[in-house]
Ligand binder design. Structure first.
Ligand SMILES: O=P(O)(O)OC[C@H]1O[C@H](OP(=O)(O)OP(=O)(O)O)[C@H](O)[C@@H]1O
Ligand SMILES: NC(=O)CC[C@H](N)C(=O)O
Ligand code: SF4
Ligand SMILES: [Mg+2]
Length: 485
């Protein structure tokens, strides 16, 4: 059986990437390139829709961008100077073709293709009401509620209908929408998920991260602001802000783990912030040791920061195989257990007899830390100290990140001592929440109006969570979220 992540069940998976191009005769090819650069955000499925001035064309497939969008005939079948694309990690609705984005529908106003990063936290309630009023859903994705809300809105213009729909949804959404009247990109009022705008030879580009602009040679113009709709119509760009202004709460985990280190998020280099978190960690929890060793890949920048701050040498004590894909034939249990070793291996010659500090960005279930600490001991490490460049992850995300249920989060089950014992480390510590904010240039976390969403660390969710608070919806949610693997 094919599964998307045989060795990585119940990890924090990333969270979808969106990419849109308006005004280029190579629109679909550019979207394919952009999606390739956003592949880390979603590896279950990918899709592109294009508009040729008369008709919409869509190709959606399970699996990676390469393999699905690397053939000329596929790109040629997506003509037009506007295109929008998506890479998916599901948060609502199973991993199946019917939920792969862009979702498309024929509305009274014409075609409507939407790509969504985020998660609508009242999708189930809205879905129930819409079905009662006669809507016929084609998928189990939360994103489809937006289409039905637009379709059934009483407003006259498409833009007003779209705004009417957005005003009814809660949670996180960065959207790129393609209609015969133009392209609309928008972020939810809190700007929980990222979205940036760029330009390339007169074409306007929208992307989840700046790295996708770099890859296709576009220049970064600015971010789409929280609560802003940017409309591109016949080459003209206009901006609408239909929501009451509120203090933004972008996802802090983008800087910890999700975004690529070569992206600029909210004017800050992700790489620099990660190094700074590592430096904070060294200041807050120093320990005498011989080497600082990153857990590749995402622990690398924080480990560099820790090493530079502490003066302890940085070395690559764990080598990561880059050939462990996430799509793999499901092995039997025994092989599967061995499989976890496929990804990381100890650099034995370096480790033997050394006191080492391992630096990783986060602990979710603790499986990586447990495995890596043991690997270091097997390689002869004298002491193994684990340092984590984020506070303990104690709460689930309902905003577009596929987190395990709360009961499976190591830090929700155990205190620091319990976690240290669980991973068999000589010591374990996490950066403080204030240390994390300091790395982002703040004095500390403001208790009243924190600058970021940090709910997975603090439990302070910045929106209502209608479906979570409603037991009928929770059951339906579980049913729709059921996975194929
Ligand atoms: O506590 P756990 O449940 O093991 O999850 C935490 C680990 O998962 C992530 O890495 P991952 O291997 O997914 O990706 P990476 O190679 O980008 O670091 C993260 O960087 C931690 O290493
Ligand atoms: N991770 C995401 O942003 C997912 C988008 C949408 N909620 C889906 O499940 O398809
Ligand atoms: S709960 Fe955590 S992962 Fe989810 S949006 Fe907030 S900070 Fe990001
Ligand atoms: Mg990792």
């Amino acid at each position: 059986m094919l599964t998307t992540h045989p060795f990585e069940d119940d990890k924090l998976r990333e969270e979808c990437g969106v990419f849109g191009v308006s005004g280029s005769d190579s629109a679909a090819a550019l979207v394919a390139l952009g999606l390739h650069a956003l592949q880390h955000r979603g590896q279950e499925a990918a899709g592109i829709s294009s508009f040729d001035g008369h008709h919409f064309h869509t190709h959606r497939a399970m699996g990676h961008v390469a393999g699905n969008f690397d053939r000329d005939d596929v790109i040629r079948a997506l003509p037009g100077d506007c295109a929008v694309g998506h890479v998916r990690y599901s948060t609502t609705g199973e991993t199946a073709l019917r939920n792969v984005q862009p979702l498309y529908a024929e509305l009274a106003s014409g075609g409507f293709a939407v790509a969504h990063n985020g998660n609508i936290s009242n999708a189930m309630k809205l879905r129930r009401e819409l079905i009662r009023r006669g809507s016929i859903f084609q998928s189990t994705s939360d994103t489809e509620t937006i289409i039905h809300l637009v379709a059934t809105s009483n407003y006259r213009t498409l833009l007003d209908r779209f705004i009417d729909a957005l005003k009814q949804i809660e949670g996180a959404y960065s959207l790129v929408v393609m209609t015969p009247e133009g392209m609309i990109a928008c972020r939810d009022p809190l700007g929980i998920r990222p979205l940036v705008m760029g330009k390339l030879d007169g074409a306007v580009i929208f992307a989840s991260e700046t790295v996708a602009l770099d890859v296709c040679g576009a220049t970064f113009e600015r971010q789409v602001e929280p609560g802003e709709l940017v409309i591109v119509q016949n080459g003209e760009i206009r901006s609408v802000r239909p929501f009451a202004p509120m203090a933004p709460r972008p996802c802090i985990f983008e800087w910890v783990y999700f975004s690529r280190p070569d992206s600029i998020a909210g004017d800050q280099s992700v790489y620099t912030v990660r190094k700074e978190i590592g430096a904070q960690l060294a200041i807050e929890t120093p320990v005498e040791a011989d080497l600082v060793i990153p857990v590749p890949d995402s622990g690398v920048p924080a480990a560099i920061g820790y090493a530079q701050q502490s003066g302890i040498p940085f070395e690559l004590g764990i080598i990561r195989s880059h050939y462990v894909g996430r799509t793999f034939i499901q092995p039997g249990d025994k092989v599967r257990h061995l499989g976890v070793k496929l990804k990381h291996n100890a650099n034995r010659a370096l480790i033997k007899g050394k006191r080492i500090i391992l630096v990783d960005d986060s602990i979710v279930r603790g499986t990586t830390s447990l495995k890596i600490v043991q690997m270091m001991r097997d390689a002869g490490a004298a002491e193994v100290h684990m340092r984590i460049a984020s506070p303990p992850t104690r709460h689930s995300c309902f905003y577009g990140v596929d987190t395990p249920e709360r009961a499976k989060l190591l830090a929700a089950k155990l205190d620091l001592g319990g976690m240290t014992d669980f991973i068999h480390a000589d010591s374990l510590s996490f950066v403080s929440i204030d240390g994390l904010y300091k790395a982002l240039g703040e004095a500390k976390r403001a208790d009243i109006r924190p600058k970021y969403c940090d709910a997975c660390f603090t439990g302070d969710y910045p929106t209502t969570l209608t479906d979570q608070d409603d037991s009928v919806a929770v059951d339906q949610f579980a049913m729709l979220a059921e996975r194929v693997n």
